[in-house]
Design a protein around this ligand. Sequence first.
Ligand code: NAD
Ligand code: ZN
Length: 349
Amino acid sequence: MHGAMQAIVKTEAGPGLTLIDVPVPEIGPGDVLIRIQKTSICGTDVHIYEWDDWASKTIHAPQTIGHEFAGVVEKVGRDVSEVCVGDLVSGEGHIVCGHCRNCRAGRRHLCQTPNAIGVNRDGAFAEFLSMPSSNVWRVDPTISPEVLSLFDPLGNAVHAALSWDLLGEDVLITGAGPIGIMSVIVARHAGARHVVITDLNAYRLSLAEACDATIALDIDAGTIAEAQQALGMIEGFDVGLEMSGNPRAVNDMMANMTHGGKISLLGIQNRAATVNWDDVIFKGLNIKGIYGREMYETWYKMTALIQSGLDISPLITHRLHYTEYEKAFEVMASGESGKVILDWTEPVK
Ligand code: NAD
Ligand code: ZN
């Protein structure tokens, strides 16, 4: 396909993003061209907008950003047989090398050199996206495109939470950002007994409460130990999901785990963060670093969870047209939001 399309682009090194016309991407023999319907803004996109240290080291302008999307297949390459024009799809944004040891063993989430759409190559905040067909995830069309655009972050929550047995267990989640709150919903669906989530942001704590957390704890107002007491817990949490990226949260979590407890670390810590190793060693904690989603078990689970009634729609707090992206980024940066969705289907007014 030839012609131009609109895209949200980091046009040069520095803060901000620009909506410009760029060429519709070419597709190779194994690629799929997707007509974008909905995209969702991630914290990573906000870092790219604001141009923090990480972004300035990682992003090479000009580049189209964004990686949370849903759309419909517009065109497929010559060698693509498993995806058809008209399919409703999302896609795995980590494009793996395919030939390192882990890739060849089927452990693609542990690829040595993954490339991320919207970070290392052009992304999804555009009218069209090209990606390898192996990364495309088809779903049944009863799943709404809005919910489907959240599969990337939902996959982080599902990967982190379902790394451990949750049935009848007590779960502590630190950080009530969108991924922390999705983890509450997943842990509930998976049959956890108590699900306690912490944050300091009142807006997000009330959203977590609405999503059925047992306790949504403001850590400036009370301690996790007090929450345990209120619930009649004696030995500590069985499973911990760290989703804040804050070092204080990690240490609070470790101090409140049971012996032999299991922890998923998803939140990205700064390099200077320190850990109380005594808790790790003397409690015999199991700690697992989580990056991305398992390909494609997490995608399978997400689909099945949604089909079996998992409802993440309460997390969508804002819906805007893509031309209003400045306002959307402002809302995201304020912390007074759940997920912010951009629509690409309505014509430009
Ligand atoms: P977010 O920044 O929206 O949410 C983090 C929340 O943690 C905020 O609401 C913040 O108020 C809260 N917080 C800060 N300090 C806290 C403390 N001491 N105790 C409890 N809560 C505290 O992030 P998100 O989009 O929900 O993502 C969660 C984390 O996961 C982020 O650190 C993000 O960078 C990271 N992430 C990792 C991966 C991965 O593959 N490993 C993928 C996506 C996101
Ligand atoms: Zn690889």
